[in-house]
Design a protein around this ligand. Sequence first.
Ligand code: RM4
Ligand code: MN
Ligand code: MN
Length: 405
Amino acid sequence: MKSTEERAYETLTENLSDDGIDVTDVEDRLRAQRVETPSWGYADTGTRFAVFPQTGVPRDPFEKMADAAQVHGLTGVCPSVAIHIPWDEVNDYGELKGHAESLGLRIGAVNPNLFQEPEYKLGSVCNPDDAVRRKATDHLLECVEIAKETASDILSLWFADGTNYAGQDSFTERRHRMIEALGEVYAAMPERMRMLLEYKPYEPAFYHTDLADWGAALTMSQKLGERAQVLVDLGHHAKEVNIEYVVALLLDEGRLGGFHFNNRKYGDDDLMVGSVNPFELFLIYVELVEAEERSDTRIDYMIDQTHNIEPKMEAMLLSVMNLQEAYAKALLVDRTALTEAQRAGDVLAAHRTLLDAYATDVRPLCARVRESLGGAPDPIAAFQRSGYAEKVAEERGAGAGAGWN
Ligand code: RM4
Ligand code: MN
Ligand code: MN
């Protein structure tokens, strides 16, 4: 007798094949999907108001890698881990790289931290004080070195720089200071390395932010060179901004370099991917799939989340699963029918083509893909059965925060 899962998979794939979909191709592409997880998502992080500690969270970057290896093992698509410096500072980066490799992982994007030291009160690379700008630039250069030592090829930059009051500083001078600092860092990057520029409209700065939106990040990347690209963090837009449109525009300019997946209701909430607006996530993937078919643009897909009240490992697993489902649904869109409807001006048919794909329950397909990658059909259930949480709770006790507390 076939199991319920087997029957669900067979029914789904038979229906898809009947609709003219090449299921093998969809599965291959799902197997090739990659999602980078953030070291800080495994540690205790929270809001400005409180960090609720959880037992068993990693005490150091090595333990964060161990947790990331669990996520990769159960999903099959998360072989790299982003690090934040100094939160993940170690004496020997070669050792961290070796440790990651021994777990089947590699170090992903290196994220410099330029927002917590007292000198950065008025900004880092945009600060009016030469000495502070020098310190910030030196930290960026140090991160280029760390990337070299860990064989990472991405320097991922987010600046808290901005002002709180009208008249506080000159917008233009601040922009020129950033161009100068980043120009120096760009020149220090080896050929294989890319620089990703992340924008954010506000917070911690409340009047203006130096890289506030995609336009500011895009023009900055154009000033620096081809290996500077824009990173889209789903929590970094004003409410109601059409993110899928921003994605299409950056793709068309050849400047979309990376993603920080998370979800938000109001601000930079860093909630689990797909938890608030799964339809938006699907529509973003519809644009990404189209671009994938057009060119060989390299985009690094990363999660950027802070789990404050939810169990961290399960939160990461669910986020990865939601990304697999969004991608799978986007792969099911009947592109021919969509283009025909669009060109014929058939608004309803075009829209329904998207809805058809979105409404498909792709979970049996994603489960099968994970299994074929050595992962688990239901990663959360498998994780809970594994006893890993209990084991690390015993070993690590209270753990440590990522720098929030
Ligand atoms: C920022 C931004 C960055 C992340 C920091 C911790 O809001 O999203 O990507 O590195 O938070
Ligand atoms: Mn981010
Ligand atoms: Mn953020």
